[in-house]
Design a protein around this ligand. Structure first.
Ligand SMILES: C[S@@+](CC[C@H](N)C(=O)[O-])C[C@H]1O[C@@H](n2cnc3c(N)ncnc32)[C@H](O)[C@@H]1O
Length: 264
């Protein structure tokens, strides 16, 4: 079930849920511990004076991207959550940046941008196709949109593990089959971006988490909206299940996949 209030006022009220998830990826990713440089290396910085980022989260992308920015660029960072923007404002102290609260579903920015960035946020839109059309409408004639999302099977192993624990133990928890990511996962993005934009380049990053400590993985699961129906006794069971596999195999392996598109 889609709920903007849940997204804005619970899930992303502050940056803590997002930071716990980012922490898990930074700690245990096998190959690209930090994939931001890869994204930043493909963006058209040279021609980008006016830049808009939608759903900027904690602003982590700019740890990498700041050095790519032209001296005369102007970057508007936006997010639906005022708590997120607070974290981002504390992180980025640079005269080229502006911050503003903004909802992609009620776009009220009249300016045109050379580059519009939307990383891992279009699945939170009430209408991802309309959101893409709004983004296209905010581009200058030569402007580009950079759109990142997750593969259809990204982190699915942990979903499967949780479902099998529920089944094996004959528990009564109801887990929603559809994750919010499915609203704009890779296969949806392939289709909608083709429908809305004239052309695009696509980049794919396949990787794994090799988790050797069950605690941050259990915390990650607690931070996810789709596991809201689970309670402390279940998370204890999950912790034990993860610990057993890590003890037996040395690690709990989770395939993951990120894709990004530069569209125009
Ligand atoms: C998964 S986080 C990604 C944050 C950041 N782009 C990153 O990659 O680290 C999704 C972000 O989108 C924001 N968001 C959710 N719905 C939004 C909307 N309708 N309009 C603008 N931002 C939104 C959330 O507050 C959150 O900061």
């Amino acid at each position: 079930m889609f709920s903007k209030e849940l997204i804005r006022d619970v899930q992303y009220k502050t940056s803590s849920n997002l930071q716990s998830r980012v922490g898990l990826h930074q700690q245990f990713t096998r190959i690209n511990k930090n994939f931001w440089p890869l994204l930043a290396s493909k963006y058209p910085w040279k021609n980008s004076k006016e830049i808009l980022e939608i759903g900027c989260g904690t602003g982590i992308f700019w740890d990498t991207a700041l050095k790519k920015l032209n001296e005369n660029s102007c970057v508007t960072l936006t997010d639906i959550s005022s708590g997120m923007l607070e974290t981002t404002r504390d992180r980025i102290k640079d005269h080229r940046f502006r911050f503003s609260q903004f909802d992609i579903d009620t776009p009220n920015i009249a300016s045109q941008f050379d580059l519009v960035i939307a990383h891992f946020m279009l699945y939170h839109s009430g209408n991802p196709k309309q959101a893409l059309m709004s983004i296209k409408g905010m581009l200058t004639p030569e402007g580009k949109a950079s759109l990142a999302t997750l593969g259809d099977l990204h982190m699915k192993r942990i979903d499967d593990f949780i479902k099998s624990l529920i089944k094996e133990n004959k528990l009564n928890y109801q887990i929603t089959e559809q994750s919010s990511i499915d609203r704009f996962n890779e296969s949806v993005a392939d289709k909608l971006i083709t429908e809305v934009f004239n052309s695009y380049e696509k980049y794919e990053i396949d990787d794994y988490l090799d988790v050797t400590d069950p605690a941050p993985l259990a915390e990650y699961c607690k931070s996810m909206m789709k596991y809201q129906a689970l309670d402390e006794p279940f998370f204890q069971l999950l912790f034990e299940g993860l610990s057993n596999e890590i003890e037996k195999l040395g690690k709990f392996v989770i395939p993951k996949r990120v894709v990004f598109y530069i569209a125009h």
